[in-house]
Design a protein around this ligand. Structure first.
Ligand code: NAP
Ligand code: GLV
Length: 310
């Protein structure tokens, strides 16, 4: 009998259990840490699980991630690399990611932070406007999310570029690729949006060196992974006005520690890793569809290239 182990730490199992009960009542649904007999587990549905736990499931055939990013799963040195891992592709997350990025762009581009300060001071003062066609935005990562963000911003008239590992061609978006394309890409990115996956190559990429390559006085919208960011370098870039503002959804340590200077920084907007959450029917449909496809011997969506790390 197929038996699915659910483990998250942040996601409520109830909607997932209900979806499986409705569409696949033949599947036994177990919620970590109540694994039952580990030999009975055939599939796993996880955001994150205790280190070494997957190794103790000798009959698991497929692992489905509860997220688009899977670094938190494969960082376990004992992760069973011979078992296929499938991440969420789009699955109702794409619209949320684009909304979040748009919010950050509009907030900074339309100088809403400054207007909020002026309102608090009772000050009626018009700031100089910038037409979207003169606002240069760079999107780091041109995958499912980055492409949608770049296309949406380009359609709104912004001057948009994107950076990816392999070259991409996107209408209305200037493409840059690989380490050789990074400097030129950064040099034109007044607003930098990060939606990269966290891999060995991208860890710590949001560093002082990268910030120094930006035009200066711009904004960072960071919704990739906490491990991309060197927090001390961000604080220094804000202090030195190399960056004017940062909107951060992900952090090297989550939850963000109470003593982090980011909480109260006047030019930092902190959100608690909520840019996109698998809360919609789209996410349960994708996982159920993937589960069924895998059982039929068909290829599910989102197979992770473990060697590349995304
Ligand atoms: P994806 O479709 O796999 O796209 C990843 C993009 O990053 C691709 O364009 C890829 O280049 C590029 N890339 C990877 N390594 C690179 C490198 N070394 N140099 C330059 N570009 C590189 O991923 P996705 O579905 O868009 O998701 C992206 C990330 O968003 C996830 O991994 C996760 O960390 C994050 N996320 C955050 C939240 C949140 O709530 N904050 C929610 C969901 C996901 P190629 O196109 O050449 O492969
Ligand atoms: C959330 O961060 C995800 O990777 O889906």
């Amino acid at each position: 009998m197929p038996t699915l182990l659910f483990a998250s730490g942040i996601d409520d199992p109830a909607p997932w259990q209900a979806a499986f009960a409705k569409h696949r009542p033949d599947v036994r649904f177990r919620v970590w840490p109540d694994v039952g007999d580990p030999e009975e587990i055939t599939h796993a549905l996880i955001w994150r699980i205790e280190e070494g736990a997957l190794r103790k499931l000798p009959n698991v055939k497929a692992i489905f991630a509860l997220g688009a990013g899977i670094d938190q799963i494969i960082r376990d040195a004992t992760f069973p690399r011979d078992v296929p891992l499938f991440r969420l592709v789009d699955a109702g997350l794409r619209e949320q990611m684009t909304e979040y990025a748009l919010y950050g762009v509009l907030h900074w581009h339309r100088q809403m932070g400054q207007y909020a300060r002026q309102q608090a001071a009772g000050e009626w003062r018009m700031l100089e406007a910038v037409h979207p066609s003169h606002r240069r935005i760079g999107v780091m990562g041109l995958g499912v999310f980055g492409m949608d963000i770049a296309r949406t911003l380009a359609a709104m008239g912004y001057d948009v570029a994107g950076w990816s590992r392999t070259p991409k061609t996107l209408d209305g978006v200037e493409g840059f690729a690989g380490p050789d394309g990074l400097e030129a890409f950064l040099g034109r990115s007044e607003i930098l949006i990060n939606v990269l996956p966290l891999t060995d190559e991208t860890r710590g990429i949001l560093s002082g060196r990268l910030f120094a390559s930006l035009p200066g006085g711009g904004a960072l919208i960071h919704l990739g992974r906490g491990g991309h960011l060197v927090e001390a370098d961000l604080l220094a870039a804000l202090e030195g006005k190399q960056l004017d503002w940062a909107m951060l959804d992900v952090f090297p340590t989550e939850p963000l520690p109470a003593d982090s200077p980011l909480w109260a920084h006047p030019r930092v907007f902190v959100t608690p890793h909520v840019a996109a959450q698998p809360v919609s029917d789209a996410a349960t449909s994708v996982v159920l569809d993937n589960f069924n496809r895998f059982e039929r011997g068909e290829e599910p969506s989102g197979r992770v290239n473990i060697a590349a790390g995304y």
